[in-house]
Design a protein around this ligand. Structure first.
Ligand SMILES: Nc1ncnc2c1ncn2[C@@H]1O[C@H](COP(=O)(O)OP(=O)(O)OP(=O)(O)O)[C@@H](O)[C@H]1O
Length: 350
């Protein structure tokens, strides 16, 4: 049985439609990420599940209950927001216990639950401090603690890591994922960061302009993007997309050792997609001129101009290339993707 299901959900404010008809199901114990660019409707969707807003049409179920019109308190969900929403005048203990006290749960349960949650999150030695005396990561853990102590079967998070620096974000990603698995929480997590989505999720729901573009596990989203938009959104750096005009059709033939789409008539309607990690700098292949070289430690991203197109290549290790160097680009035919330029739909492979 699905832990959460949304059917035919729309949300309008006056003329403006933020959510334009979405359907999805979340399995119990799964980590689901709502991913997409700013304004695509992620937060609105999460707020509808939380009960902070009511959908214009459609049905939301949590377990077997239709909760579409229930207030947040009756939905048995925990929430963590970007701002943490900690009370500055309360210490860590009272911040964590705030929700259970408001709900007037039996007092004798408080201390053992607090101890467990503080142990899990490494907050035991900080219980008497106030939020202002904590680092960003510690504050984030307190916000998590408040969600976990509720023992709610469903936890919703809206960009909970966006105020943290890059290293702490990575640590917290691992921590949240481990906690979610350990506690078998059903999680819906909003982010615009595809790396976050790919590294944490069981299921990624990619939203675009109020609709679902693709709903798939991370590996499928990467290997089989349904559309050009999905292909562009996933990957670091994202997939190269080259218009398959006459000139670029030559690229395909030269690069793959054989045309997948025949050169010539009608190729302009296609877009060729190549992931940067699937292109090699080789002895033979398409001639290109290096424009940019960025070294990241484990790998190097090279930007090279081939004809009218600039192609990004991701190569392992450090390369001793400079702008202006001549290189040749090669790739396997099996790594070519083709998209219909009109509809954006992927046509090949698959
Ligand atoms: N209360 C509101 N009244 C009117 N329009 C709203 C309201 N809340 C959101 N919107 C609009 O609905 C659309 C979707 O907003 P939403 O916050 O869900 O996007 P998002 O994907 O979460 O974006 P971000 O990543 O920037 O937070 C936007 O165009 C936004 O301006």
């Amino acid at each position: 049985m699905a832990a959460i299901s949304l059917q035919g959900i729309t949300k309008s404010w006056g003329e403006a439609q933020a959510v334009k008809g979405i359907d999805f199901e979340v399995k119990s114990g799964d980590f689901t990420v709502l991913l997409g660019p700013s304004g695509c409707g992620k937060s609105t969707t999460l707020r509808l599940i939380a009960g902070l807003d009511i959908p214009t049409t459609g049905t939301i179920r949590i377990g077997e209950r239709d909760v579409t019109r229930l207030p947040p308190a009756q939905r048995k969900i925990a929430m963590v927001f970007q701002s943490y929403a900690l009370f500055p005048h309360l210490n860590v203990r009272d911040n964590i216990l705030f929700g259970v006290r408001v709900r007037k749960e039996p007092k004798q349960n408080f201390e053992p639950r607090l101890k467990r949650v503080a142990d899990i999150l490494g907050l035991s030695h900080l219980l008497d401090r106030r939020p202002g005396q904590l680092s960003g990561g510690q504050q984030q853990r307190v916000a998590l603690g408040r969600a976990i102590i509720a023992d709610a079967p469903v936890c919703l998070m809206d960009e909970p890591l966006s105020n943290l620096d890059a290293q702490l974000r990575q640590e917290m990603r691992r921590e949240i994922r481990a906690l979610q698995q350990q506690l078998e929480m059903t999680m819906i997590y909003v982010t615009h960061d595809q790396t976050e989505a790919m590294s944490m999720a069981d299921q990624v729901i990619l939203l675009r302009d109020g609709k679902i573009e693709q709903n798939a596990p991370p590996a499928e989203l990467y290997a089989q993007p349904a559309t050009e938009f999905a292909a562009r959104f996933i990957g670091t750096p994202p997939m190269n997309l080259l218009p398959l005009a006459q000139e670029a059709a030559g690229l395909v033939i030269a690069g793959s050792g054989g045309p997948v789409v025949a050169a010539g008539s009608g190729n302009e309607q296609w877009q060729l997609g190549l992931r940067p990690e699937h292109i090699r700098l080789a002895d033979a292949g398409v001639a290109a001129v290096v424009e940019t070289v960025e070294y990241f430690g484990a790998d190097t991203i090279v930007g090279a101009r081939a004809g009218a197109a600039t192609v990004l290549v991701r190569a392992p290790g450090q390369l001793t290339l400079r702008a202006g160097d001549q290189v040749r680009l090669a790739w396997d035919a099996g790594h070519q993707y083709f998209f219909d330029r009109q509809t954006g739909m992927r046509r090949h492979p698959g």
